[in-house]
Design a protein around this ligand. Structure first.
Ligand code: ADP
Length: 409
């Protein structure tokens, strides 16, 4: 068999559906820009899943700049091709890997292919690689919204969705918006946003320095109504692991960065694509309500202590429940109810029972935000300490200024 970069995306592939049918979950890892740590996260996600006994495939579809071989210490290795099958490389009993890099004679060789050629090769990566039965296929896409993720969306109609990796600075975030819109156009669920390289813990003094700023990914996730999966700090040990061709999580189980990776991965695996689609549809409904009719009367819940917004959401004294008319930009009615006893996981269903459609808070952890999203309650964080009615009115007037999420645990 030769790698056939002439086949067209629309042409049937004899074994693609069958092979993909043997894989339970397909996760795409996307980023708006290069160099934000997308491949590093794809490698560590695949590796940690394999460590827990899952059968995992890692597919690198970055045709022009494959970095998975280097990150796994597999550069200069080649895959075997037997009749109509490509045998992927194995990193461990549970982890198989395929990359265009394993087909190149020289890793520095430049691949100059147009879109249809790339689509043909991606089709072969899905249909001709001997993946076998897998629990997860993690697909590392090239940065941006080009031919490769487009082909994948056309070829895989049952993928779980995409996770989007960004760094906190504004210039990266612009491209994340594009990535989210790209997914929405293609009806690909966005499973969440990961903010990588978020803060650097100085090895000398232990102080956290926000080299690229912090919180931008979270704010953007809020804005675009997708889940925020967490932050991973900038850590020289990650660079060392990548340069040594060893997955960071293979050698580091403890420490702030390892825990951050694990938290993010844990949260990602809890997201099911149906609810990721649900959030998107809910947001579309909210946006269209806001933009078009603006007729919906909604109930806003605001955590309150001493008459003002309480920064500590989980421990407030009471909730202000404010009914507003979005069209007239008016507060219709305001009540307050004592907060229930503090119990993990209780507030989202309780606030849903109170009829709240939206929470405006100073800060809230990403786990709680995910649960609110599952209860179809929109969350705005970063609101100031002010009276609940002034916050609700500012929201209606479009003048609510929001800062950082004041509490992310
Ligand atoms: P992308 O796939 O987005 O182009 P890579 O995963 O190849 O990015 O990472 C680019 C560089 O950034 C690599 O040298 C990698 O070691 C480094 N890197 C990624 N994440 C981190 C992190 N959290 N801390 C430090 N360095 C990182």
């Amino acid at each position: 068999m030769v790698i056939n970069n002439k086949s067209q995306p629309g042409e049937d592939h004899p074994t693609l559906a069958e092979r993909m049918g043997e894989i339970n979950h397909k996760l795409l890892v996307l980023s708006g820009k290069g160099g934000v740590g997308k491949s590093t996260i794809a490698v560590n996600l695949a590796y940690s899943l394999a460590l827990t006994g899952k059968r995992v495939g890692l597919l690198d579809v970055d045709i022009h700049g494959p970095s998975i071989p280097k990150l796994l210490g597999l550069d200069n290795l080649h895959v075997k091709i037997e009749q109509n099958r490509i045998l992927p490389l194995r990193v461990s009993e549970n982890l198989k890997v395929m990359s265009i890099g394993f087909l190149l004679k020289n890793p520095e060789e430049a691949v100059i292919w147009r879109g249809p050629m790339k689509a043909g090769v991606i089709k072969q990566f899905l249909g001709d690689v001997e993946w076998g039965k897998l629990d997860y296929l993690v697909i590392d896409c090239p940065p941006g919204t080009g031919d490769e993720p487009l082909s994948l969306c056309q070829l895989l109609d049952d993928s779980d969705g995409a996770v989007i990796v960004t760094t906190p600075q504004e210039i990266s975030l612009v491209d994340v918006r594009k990535s989210i819109n790209f997914c929405r156009q293609l009806k690909l669920p966005v499973l969440g946003v990961i903010e990588n390289m978020s803060g650097f813990v100085c090895p000398q003094c232990g102080e956290l320095v926000n080299v690229f700023g912090s919180g931008g990914g979270e704010k953007l996730a809020q804005e675009m109504a997708v889940r925020f999966l967490g932050r991973i700090p900038l850590d020289p040990m990650v660079v060392a692991a990548c340069d040594a061709g060893k997955p960071y999580l293979g050698n580091h189980a403890e420490g702030e960065t390892a825990l951050a990776f694990k938290r993010v991965i844990h949260l990602l695996l809890q997201v099911d694509s149906a609810s990721a689609k649900g959030i998107f549809m809910e947001e579309t409904a909210i946006t269209s309500n806001r933009n078009n009719a603006k007729e919906k009367v909604m109930r806003i819940a605001i955590p309150v202590a001493n008459g003002k917004l309480a920064m500590h959401f989980g421990h407030c004294q009471e909730f202000a429940l404010i009914d507003v008319d979005q069209k007239k930009k008016e507060i219709i009615k305001q009540d307050s109810v004592p907060a229930p006893d503090h119990q993990p996981g209780l507030l989202p269903p309780w606030l849903a029972e109170q009829g709240a459609n939206m929470i405006i808070a100073g800060g809230m952890g990403s786990r709680a935000q995910t649960i609110f999203a599952d209860n179809k309650i929109e969350v705005l964080v970063g609101a100031p300490v002010a009276s609940p009615e002034s916050i609700a009115q500012a929201f209606l007037d479009g003048t609510l200024t929001r800062g950082e999420n004041a509490c992310d645990h």
